[in-house]
Every structure is written in C-alpha cells, then in structure tokens.
Design a protein around this ligand. Structure first.
Ligand SMILES: CC[C@@H](C(=O)O)C(=O)SCCNC(=O)CCNC(=O)[C@H](O)C(C)(C)COP(=O)(O)OP(=O)(O)OC[C@H]1O[C@@H](n2cnc3c(N)ncnc32)[C@H](O)[C@@H]1OP(=O)(O)O
Ligand SMILES: [Co+2]
Length: 133
C-alpha cells in the first residue's frame, strides 16, 4: 500500500460540517460529489498529500446512516492508495482479511474502491483506492 489517500468522516449535515472543517483547516473544500451506490454525499478537503472526505448519508440504507445511528459523527474509515487494487485485494484475502466486495467498485473522485471489514482489521474500516486508468 502507498500513502493514506483519505480519511473518511461521517457527518450529519454536510454544509454545516463544510463550514466547521473550513474553519479548522483554514481552507474550503475543493469539491462535492454524490455517490449513489453508497448512498452518500461527499466533500473533499486537501491536507498536504492527503484528503479529508466528509460523508453525509442520503438514504437510511447508507452505511453512513447506520454508523451515525450507532456511533455518531466521527472517523468512519481510512483509505489507502494502491497501484493495483485487484492484486491488493487478493493479497489481503490470502492474509485472512475479509473483503466486503468481491470486485472493485466505483467510488468518489474517479477512483476504484474496495473495503476491508473492520472486524478483521483491528476495528478500523479500511478502504483501498486506485486511480482509474
Ligand atoms: C464516497 C465513496 C467511497 C469513497 O470513494 O471514498 C466511500 O468512502 S463510501 C463510504 C461508505 N461505504 C462503506 O462504508 C462501505 C463498506 N461498509 C460496509 O459494508 C458496512 O458499513 C460494514 C462495515 C460491513 C458495517 O455494516 P453492518 O455490519 O451492517 O453494520 P453494523 O453496525 O452491524 O456493524 C457490524 C460491526 O462492525 C462495526 N463497525 C461498523 N462500521 C464500522 C466502522 N466504520 N468502523 C469501525 N467499526 C465499524 C460495528 O460497530 C459492529 O461492531 P459490533 O457492535 O462490535 O458488532
Ligand atoms: Co472513502
């Protein structure tokens, strides 16, 4: 795995959180995007070589809605940049990690993504992210 690509943070109200994180980081978000397949609206902030991804649920079935209900707002996942997501998924599976999707899926920011179950990754939901070629 390469660098941390982004840290995903679950929020209840994206506009309010955009204002909060703009004050915290001293800069505005640079883009917003809806990802229908995940039931989320996102916004992105650049922090050096990494990003903060704010995530608001757009449906009750969204993983973010379930997380907010159980845990409230806060860090939801850590995403690592990888060069070859399929190879990395195979490697992690062979190491005993449980992948939450069989194949990479389309995420935000023109990336292919896959998730590792937090129960097999020390209580942390891990996302793999590959730039689409
Ligand atoms: C914007 C697109 C994309 C990107 O491009 O960056 C994204 O980031 S999308 C982000 C949202 N999508 C996802 O999170 C997809 C993967 N997530 C899932 O499949 C599910 O959320 C889950 C991780 C399998 C959990 O779902 P489920 O089993 O239905 O929920 P439970 O509440 O029953 O949780 C079971 C168990 O796991 C613990 N848990 C749940 N979420 C997290 C988390 N984010 N971090 C750490 N632990 C988590 C939860 O507490 C339960 O534990 P116990 O209570 O001890 O059983
Ligand atoms: Co993410």
């Amino acid at each position: 795995m390469d660098k941390i690509e982004h840290i995903g943070i679950a929020v209840r109200d994206l506009e309010k959180s955009n204002d909060l994180y703009a004050k915290l980081l001293g800069k505005s978000h640079y883009k917003m995007e809806e990802v229908l397949s995940e039931g989320v609206r996102t916004s992105f902030f650049e922090v050096g070589p990494n990003k903060i991804e704010l995530l608001e649920a757009t449906s009750v079935e969204s993983p973010i809605a379930g997380f907010l209900d159980k845990k409230g707002e806060g860090i939801h996942h850590i995403a690592f940049a990888v060069d070859d997501i399929v190879a990395e998924m195979k490697r992690l599976e062979s190491e005993g990690f449980k992948l939450l999707n069989k194949e990479p899926k389309l995420g935000a920011d023109n990336k292919l993504v896959a998730f590792v179950h937090p129960k097999t990754a020390g209580g942390v939901l891990v996302e793999l992210c590959q730039e689409r070629k």
